[in-house]
Design a protein around this ligand. Structure first.
Ligand SMILES: NC(=O)C1=CN([C@@H]2O[C@H](COP(=O)(O)OP(=O)(O)OC[C@H]3O[C@@H](n4cnc5c(N)ncnc54)[C@H](O)[C@@H]3O)[C@@H](O)[C@H]2O)[C@@H](O)CC1
Ligand SMILES: Nc1ncnc2c1ncn2[C@@H]1O[C@H](COP(=O)(O)OP(=O)(O)O)[C@@H](O)[C@H]1O
Ligand SMILES: [K+]
Length: 535
């Protein structure tokens, strides 16, 4: 796993490294080397380097010097003369570079800038880094759209200029990078908000050879899950299993209004490897689900007058629940009094539990204000996995706004820290998904935007439940198990997009390619771990 830092954590890390004897000036030299190396991969003959007023600009000045030493023609475009730069370390490298074999253009007009950029094969964007906040001011508010319009390959230093490194927000304009060389460790904003859209391919510049020894001393906003981290989490299929011992899932879901959600969750659980899946659903929609799922037993439990779970459903489901390795509750169940009783009952039952969709909305109603104020409602011995999207998560924490990765992580942490249990994990779903446990925040591989389709979350919930069932509790880290499930869902998004066209994917397509998605996830993990693959 690779740490992802907030801006404050990055500054703390830089201070720590300085105390260990490596100055910020030395880090800037290495940052420039990393940026130059990434630009050189394009084999350019002519490079334009856009520098700003601060230390991000300093990195650009260093890179410009290195690239010109490699025989590449380099134009550095700066808003001010090197002598006027306030930061002493950036001023030093700017003056040094300006005295060497580069062309320096100070304060060009928009037209002059466009003509300089047009001569370049690659542009290095060293305008704004972690010191940037608010809306981009002139002249960069003019430079950045001019650069984007040209559509050249652009390498951004640390973060694309205009992107808030903390939140991933773009207030006005932002460089559309082809690649970003982030420094020391990736910044959380690259994965949050609009970060993934602007950053291009992200690599990390190694500025300090003893990083592994110090990085543990600063907190991490999150950690990126690398494919190799998942090798111990593939579901097993030993030859001597039977359908029950393989792993069983009870899907408590559906209503007369939304039977499809139950169908998709159950089918996804079966395709993701559970040997025995059963659906418990209101009587009102049981026959319909039976017809749609010939390989899944469907148990009808009492409905209310609208065809949702009725008052007597809770005790009927409790009788069933303890016979299964995992219970998934929520998809399509709607929010009703019967549903709230059901969720309360399942939280009290000693069985691994996944709560999704309306089960989470029912859970929010069990408390006045945030559910974290009454953690006894959801604190339990057996594993509990919550899979909210932003709106569901916001409801759980008393309608606190949750609108990007940062606020999702914060809200999820409130829930897990209030309960303080190792077995509680929140999968905070969105364009970037965070998996939040008491000790860890993981960023698993995100899928394509094709996943933004109705029912896609039901499929993910089925995958999660199947993996919990198949693991039989033999798990060191629930967060990594959930990361495996999210990676499979993401690969399913890619596989379905390849088959159907990325704009055409519907949730049932994801279920049909789950086998392939598991194979892809596992192959990539083994390759990343350096484990030989057979043919
Ligand atoms: N601190 C360190 O130890 C290191 C920092 N490094 C680089 O330094 C960067 C951070 O440097 P700084 O803190 O100097 O900050 P930046 O260079 O990211 O930006 C600060 C400058 O941008 C201007 N600015 C801020 N908001 C603006 C806005 N809305 N519109 C227009 N201009 C705006 C400010 O006037 C200031 O001069 C990192 O991203 C990284 O690239 C690297 O050199 C490695 C070492
Ligand atoms: N733009 C996107 N890019 C990648 N994945 C996305 C995007 N939007 C949504 N997703 C993923 O799709 C799923 C949607 O889940 P959810 O909102 O619960 O859907 P539903 O309630 O319709 O089943 C989540 O796993 C989420 O992470
Ligand atoms: K930048």
């Amino acid at each position: 796993m690779k740490p992802v830092l907030s801006v404050e954590e990055t500054l703390r890390l830089e201070d720590l490294i300085e105390r260990e004897g490596t100055s910020k000036a030395a880090l800037m030299e290495h940052a420039g080397e990393a940026a130059a190396a990434r630009v050189a991969q394009y084999k350019p003959q002519h490079v334009a380097v856009l520098v700003g007023f601060g230390n991000n600009g300093g990195d650009g000045w260093v890179a410009a010097d290195i690239l010109s030493h490699q025989g590449i023609a380099v134009d550095v475009v700066s808003p001010i003369e090197p002598n006027e730069i306030k930061s002493p370390i950036a001023r030093h490298v700017a003056r040094r570079t300006a005295g060497r074999d580069v062309r320096v253009i100070v304060g060009p007009s928009r037209d002059e800038l466009v003509s300089i950029l047009s001569e370049a094969d690659v542009v290095l964007d060293a305008i704004l880094g972690t010191g940037f906040t608010g809306a981009v001011r002139p002249p960069f508010s003019i430079w950045i759209p001019a650069l984007n319009e040209l559509g050249l390959p652009v390498v951004s230093v640390d973060v694309p200029s205009g992107l808030n490194a903390e939140t991933g927000a773009v207030e006005t304009v932002c460089v559309e990078a082809t690649a970003t060389v982030t420094l020391l460790a990736p910044k959380i904003g690259l994965y949050s908000g609009e970060g993934p859209e602007y950053a291009g391919e992200i690599t990390c510049g190694q500025l300090y050879s003893h990083l592994d020894e110090v990085i543990g001393d600063v907190e991490h906003a999150a950690e990126i899950v690398e494919p190799a981290d998942l090798v111990d989490y593939f579901p097993d299929l030993p030859s001597n299993v039977n359908k029950y011992s393989r792993g069983s899932v009870l899907v408590v879901a559906g209503s007369a209004t939304y039977p499809g959600a139950a169908i998709m969750a159950a089918k996804a659980a079966a395709r993701a490897g559970a040997g025995y899946v059963t659906v418990a659903t209101p009587d009102a929609c049981a026959n319909l689900i039976r017809m749609a799922l010939p390989c899944v037993p469907v148990v009808g439990v009492p409905s209310d007058s609208r065809g949702a779970f009725g008052a007597a459903a809770a005790s009927a489901v409790r009788e069933l629940a303890h016979k299964f390795d995992c219970v998934l509750c929520g998809p399509g169940m709607t929010v009703t009094a019967g549903g709230m009783q059901l969720v309360t009952e399942l939280l009290r039952t000693d069985v691994p539990l996944v709560l999704d969709a309306d089960a989470l909305n029912c859970m929010s109603r069990l408390a006045i204000g945030g559910i974290e104020e009454t953690p006894e409602v959801y604190r339990r011995e057996a594993p509990l996995i919550l899979t909210p999207h932003n709106k569901e998560l916001s409801r759980l924490v008393g309608d606190e706004p949750v609108d990007d990765l940062g606020s999702a992580i914060e809200a999820a942490q409130k829930l897990v820290w209030a309960a303080g249990s190792d077995n509680l994990v929140v999968i905070a779903k969105g364009p970037s998904t965070a998996i939040v446990g008491v000790e860890k925040v993981l960023l698993p591989m995100s899928g394509p935007a094709s996943l933004a389709t109705a029912g896609s979350g039901d499929v993910l919930a089925g995958i999660v439940a199947a993996n919990i069932a198949v693991s039989h509790g033999d798990i060191d880290c629930w967060e990594l198990l959930c990361s495996y499930a999210v990676a499979v869902h993401s690969y399913a998004g890619h596989a379905a997009a390849a088959l159907m066209g990325e704009r055409s994917v519907i949730a049932t397509d994801l279920i049909d390619v789950l086998g392939e998605a598991m194979n892809l996830t596992e192959r990539e993990a083994l390759r990343d771990a350096g484990i030989e693959l057979g043919d």
